[in-house]
Design a protein around this ligand. Sequence first.
Ligand SMILES: [Mg+2]
Length: 215
Amino acid sequence: MFNMAIKAVIFDLDGTITRPFFDFDAIREEMGFSPDAGPILELMEKMTAEQRKAAEKILERHEERAVAESALNPGAKETLEELGKRGIRVGILTRNKVSNASAVAAKHGFKFDAAVGRDEGPVKPDGFGVGYLCKQFGIEPAEAMVVGDYLFDLLCARAAGAVSVLLKNHRKAEEFAQYADFVIENIPEIIEIIESKQANSPQRTQRPQRKNNGA
Ligand SMILES: [Mg+2]
């Protein structure tokens, strides 16, 4: 496969743009599940309409609190600004709602070009959201980079054919790393990855290679 230049970066919200906030075990417990019962949205799909209504209320209460108490990960805002300056589109792909992503952006004063949440279609790990954003940006999935802190972020990138980047933020990060094309410790590192991919893209490699003299 060609090393495509990156034209868009698609970010997960919780744990990636913002510091990890949700206590998913506590949410599961409130809904009447054990901590190892599985991902919450998938559990809700199996509920009766009435149960789901009650569960949605619990989830929404946690999500609203998460917006109010959100804090950005180091370098997140600066990196989004840098991407904007370089003409690289910024997408948000979350299992949360787009309205909550917009509220987080407004609270912290950062911008994104488009967002996909759980109301738009199948959630991560499905590749739908990546395809949806790429279509909006008018690019191929291989020109998009998905950055997230959880396994589902990497799996949805793979499913769609995008580049996957794991931000090491989760206690199981070592397990997830096998599904990542790149692993980073801090958000600003994605700029280096973008630069290296640009330097190696087909348009560039036709030109004489610049010597790296290590100076
Ligand atoms: Mg996350």
